[in-house]
Design a protein around this ligand. Structure first.
Ligand code: BGC
Length: 638
């Protein structure tokens, strides 16, 4: 008999038929032992236990805490870790990865839309992802989030509401709640169940590219607007679905110091904030406290550093202050790539952030390494099981409370909600209420029979009216948004005597009683809008000059995401000045106040500085150098 050798391992099976029966018995036993151990290991990892259809967590008559307990008792480590991952849909390598990695949440980062960018296209896309989640053993529904800053604005044809700074100017909580509720109806109609709004930031420096995403820099106004927005967003809609709001960006966002951004492309965004404890207590924590009391289920952590530490790794701010002291029972989510942005290695960044109190990581890219790092950290004891259980409990509680386990994720009969007339009416009302009258030397209101020369880059450009976060992250410059009304179109409805030239090139014998120049900023988002001196562009100044030469009276309308530094000698030559912020799709609202159909009601939600030496603005609205601003906070001449 040949010896069993490395060269011929099969020899014992193939050749020696005369081997005693016991040898075969041993071999078969070894085979079964391996099989049983293999199955056990597989079960431990993937847990193949069938979930009975009458499991407690599936029963909507049982209280949420018990449903969560039941679900968690069935979850494997991997399933728990998956709930903590938030992935951008464009980074999902294949939809089956939702099942494979047990993903808990997806988002469309701004501009991440389906090929068919319609309400139905969104509904189909999200339903497809939810169907993948249903293929998992426990069938935990996904959160699907977007930035609905001013409507469901990824979709051309949705109602575009004024950006938050306009709502701050209107200072009407009932209106803000209706804007938010209308937005969330549009979201729910397409299966989006999570909105990354409202922003509770407090912009102190108009050079920052995110001023317009905030309501104000006054903690009181931020509080009341934030609460109204949260309540409006979370008002259950007709299908009994709730869209979850997010209070962001925790903490002290808007207080960054000019010139201290770590991002080489930016000047102030994602930089450093330096308020002392006292200012955190007085200025920055109160709006978050109010949001928590109003029932906000998620809080997003900012990307900047407080002194030298990122907030996401600051246990004192996230765990001790937000969760323990303010009593936040929902879940904490990081901002885009926020865990890794400034980190050397992914593993220690993950460990630090989770141990600081982060519950869900907006990765948003690499979910595979997140799973690997989390499992390794749990195995090594670098992250404790109780920490993960606490996060998962918070996330699942929010899912149950929003009705995700009990309702259909999309109602295919609700697409008409998107961009509906009733939502546009609310938007129009918001536009009119947000307009702030800053100067009026007997020129406003305009009247229907006046001969008006209309010019300026913002006069016939709904892309500029809407600003960024509209279809694309950085917005789209141009007059292109279906279903919307430009200021010029709205003017034409009020007066047959309007001559328009964007650049103010009025020819020959064209003269007017009144000139209206709508100056504007090009859309920008986040640090791409950081600007050392936001002011009226050269082209618009030229349009002002050319228009001025041909009219008796001149009104300047500013379409912008922030106060612009104005040349005061020029300002003296204007008869009227109106700030309309970034009004969105309903230019009619601007015409309503300019033509006197509605009264001006808006007041400046932030201080309007006279120059950049006055920046940053102090908490009480005062300038940095104590010289008088051009217009103080809450100013209007009405
Ligand atoms: C922004 C957040 C936003 C997130 C998801 C980040 O770049 O800072 O405000 O919610 O992206 O789009």
């Amino acid at each position: 008999m040949a010896k069993k050798s490395k060269k011929n391992p099969q020899s014992i099976f193939i050749k020696d038929y005369s081997r005693p029966v016991t040898v075969y018995a041993i071999i078969i036993s070894i085979f079964f032992v391996i099989l049983i151990f293999g199955m056990k290991a597989y079960i431990a990892n993937e847990s193949l236990d069938e979930v009975p259809s009458n499991a407690d967590y599936k029963n909507s008559n049982i209280v949420v805490s018990q449903r969560v307990d039941d679900l968690m008792s069935r979850m494997t480590q991997k399933e728990k870790v998956g709930q903590m991952a938030l992935v951008d849909k464009n980074s999902l390598i294949k939809p089956e990865d939702i099942k494979r990695y047990n993903l808990g949440a997806l988002l469309s980062g701004a501009g991440a839309k389906p090929d068919n960018n319609t309400a139905k296209g969104w509904a189909d896309m999200i339903t497809g992802y939810q169907d993948e989640a249903k293929k998992t053993r426990l069938q935990i529904p996904l959160f699907y989030g977007i930035d609905a800053n001013h409507g469901h604005t990824n979709i051309p044809g949705a109602a575009v509401f004024p950006h938050a700074i306009g709502l701050g100017a209107a200072n009407d909580t009932d209106l803000t709640a209706r804007v938010a509720a209308a937005t969330s109806q549009e979201l729910a109609a397409t299966g989006v169940n999570w909105s990354y709004s409202p922003s509770l930031d407090a912009p102190k420096d108009i050079r920052w590219g995110r001023v317009y995403e905030a309501f104000s820099d006054d903690p009181e106004l931020i509080k009341t607007q934030g609460v109204a927005f949260i309540k409006g967003t979370q008002a259950k809609n007709q299908n009994n679905l709730e869209v979850m709001a997010t209070a962001k960006h925790y903490l002290a966002t808007g207080d960054q110091v000019w010139g201290e951004s770590d991002n080489k492309n930016f000047k102030i965004d994602q930089g450093r904030v330096k308020p002392d404890e006292q200012r955190l207590e007085n200025e920055y924590l109160p709006p978050f406290k109010s949001a928590i009391d109003a029932g906000v289920p998620s809080v997003m952590v900012a990307l900047h550093k407080w002194d030298d530490q990122t907030i996401v790794t600051n246990k004192y701010l996230v765990n001790d202050k937000l969760k323990n002291e303010l009593g936040f029972k929902g879940f904490v989510v990081s901002d885009w790539y926020g865990v890794y942005e400034r980190a050397g290695d992914y593993y220690s960044a993950t460990v630090k952030a989770i141990n600081s109190g982060l519950d869900m990581a907006m990765l948003p890219f690499d979910y595979k390494s997140f799973e690997k790092d989390m499992l390794k950290a749990l195995k090594n004891g670098d992250i404790k099981q109780e920490r993960v259980d606490d996060s998962v409990r918070r996330i699942l509680t929010a899912k149950f409370e929003a009705g995700l386990f009990d309702q259909k994720s999309v109602d295919y009969n609700s697409f008409s909600q998107v961009g509906s007339n009733s939502h546009r009416e609310i938007a129009r009302e918001a536009v009119a209420k947000s307009a702030v009258l800053l100067k009026n030397d007997n020129v406003l209101p305009l009247s229907a029979n006046q001969k008006i020369l209309l010019s300026g880059s913002g006069a016939n450009n709904v892309g500029r009216q809407s600003g960024a976060w509209t279809v694309e992250w950085q917005g789209i410059d141009g007059n292109w948004l279906p279903g919307s009304t430009s200021i010029k179109q709205a003017f034409d409805k009020n007066d047959n005597n309007i001559t328009f030239s964007e650049k103010g090139n009025f020819t020959g014998g064209v003269y007017g009683d009144i000139g209206v120049v709508v100056v504007s900023e090009k859309p920008y988002a986040e640090g791409w809008g950081d600007n050392p001196k936001p002011e009226i562009s050269t082209e618009d100044m030229k349009a002002i000059k050319l228009t001025r030469e041909r009219v008796n009276k001149l009104v300047i309308v500013i379409v912008s995401g922030r106060p612009l530094i104005l040349d005061q000698a020029e300002l003296a030559k204007w008869d009227g000045l109106v700030a309309v912020w970034l009004p969105g799709s309903e230019g009619d609202g601007v015409a309503d106040v300019l033509f006197g159909k509605k009264e001006f009601k808006g007041k400046l939600p932030i201080t309007w500085p006279a120059n950049t030496l006055q920046l940053p603005i102090q908490a009480n609205g005062q300038t940095a150098d104590f010289t008088p601003p051009l217009f103080p906070r809450y100013y209007s001449i009405k």
